[in-house]
Design a protein around this ligand. Structure first.
Ligand SMILES: [Zn+2]
Length: 221
């Protein structure tokens, strides 16, 4: 199986941490990082990062929030890279023994970097931090799990054609298109998320975080 590598994460990551750059440039660099590693798909991953790192509407009130978001994304990506290296090593060993076709867990290995756990609704994604979720995905692949009968992110049983009712992750190959009304609602919602219009200029209040449909536990609370 050919893996589709998407290079270029470290360069924008450096820009996010470069405090000499204008804050808007650093935000754009964080967008770039999230486009290059977005486990839930870009929109849901970006929503998650915005909430988990508490990125305020006016970035100058908490510029470190960009670094918090990057720290989480980068740690999850590192874990995934490690998994990929492990898989590649196993496949090389398998080849050297004459097994040309990947077997077992490797068959369940997804081909891309984005949407490893695609969440079609940007408001509904796993509640835990990205690292914990990727660790569960890696553990699932390690035992050869597939998402034909249960969600790989939370193990909730569901049909192979349905989004997980618990955490919003779609099975691989999920192809249902949203209705025009759903699309309009999702696009409206995305504009709010993109503009962080629900955040205060200074960040997220506790009440705002609780009001969000999918608030994750924050270590600082
Ligand atoms: Zn799930």
């Amino acid at each position: 199986m050919r893996l589709r590598y998407v290079p270029g994460f470290p360069s924008p990551a450096r820009k996010v941490r470069d405090r000499s750059l204008p804050i808007g440039h650093r935000l754009s660099a964080l967008h770039e990082c999230a486009r290059r590693f977005s486990p839930y798909g870009f929109r849901a991953t970006w929503h998650h990062l915005t909430v988990s790192a508490r990125i305020p509407k006016r970035l100058e009130h908490d510029p470190e929030s960009l670094e918090r978001a990057l720290d989480e994304l980068e740690a999850a990506r590192r874990l995934w890279l490690l998994h990929m290296e492990t898989v590649a090593l196993r496949r090389r060993e398998s080849k050297s023994r004459g097994h040309r076709i990947p077997r077992g867990a490797d068959e369940a290995y997804p081909p891309g970097w984005s949407g490893l756990l695609h969440c079609p609704d940007l408001d509904v994604y796993p509640r835990d931090g990205l690292v914990a979720v990727i660790a569960r995905l890696v553990a699932a692949y390690a035992v050869g799990a597939t998402d034909r009968r249960a969600c790989l992110a939370c193990e909730t049983p569901r049909p192979a054609t349905e989004v997980c009712p618990r955490c919003g992750v779609a099975p691989r190959g999920y192809a249902r298109s949203p209705s025009p009304e759903e699309r309009e609602r999702m696009d409206d919602r995305w504009r709010q998320v993109w503009g962080r219009t629900w955040a205060t200029p200074y960040g997220f209040t506790r009440r705002e975080r609780q009001a969000l449909p999918n608030v994750i536990a924050l270590a600082s609370e």
